[in-house]
Design a protein around this ligand. Sequence first.
Ligand SMILES: [Zn+2]
Length: 250
Amino acid sequence: MALAKATGFVIRAFDYQESSRIVTLLSSRLGKISLLAKGARKIESQFGATLDLLNLIEVVFYEGKGLKLLKEATLIEGYPGLKRDYDRLEAALQAARVLNLLLREGQGEGRAFRLFREFLQELASAREGLRLGPLRLGFKLKLIDYLGFGPELEACASCGRPLARDEPLWLSHQAGGLVCADCRAARVQAQGRAQTEIGLREVAPPLAQAWRASLRFPLGRLSRLSLPDELIKVGEGLLDEFIAYHLQPI
Ligand SMILES: [Zn+2]
């Protein structure tokens, strides 16, 4: 079996058989990879705490047909400060779960890796009053944009007409983004059902602006934008719904 190397974040880890663990990494070069760490739960295991969630590690592994077998793991960054803060830890673990859900084995180009690294660095920064909501929202929006199913925010996702900053808008899961009032009416009529059933959600113009800003600005600037908490909360909830819709098996 050939040996290979990778650098990545531990985004998932679970017990396997009697004494082993399976560890999933988001790596910089190979995307999402899962590795079998034999004997990782034994007290005398060479891996120790190196395979803990969110750690950035370098691994050497055997490439096989089935599961890749972990040979060595070295800790590069463990983010101890982040892990001591409950809210920041929760945000980081949630992002790791989203990554694991959205990426298939072998998928996840360098951009997803760099985005997650930036996200963890922001969470680990000692900055006072760091607002987590805008960071979480920005992370998710950028991630699904990279993966090719981010919501269309600039033009109507149904008729393609450029959207004005202050017009009433709806998020259509099915159309894949914001839709104008005409298209929303046409959709409701065509389906003959309540708009909530067909995944149409009203979006206030300031929320559409908040989404656009979250996509445009780097993560490091998002917590400093003057976006009200309530708006961020609603925006994140709608985005989670949108992601869940697109994750449904076809
Ligand atoms: Zn339209």
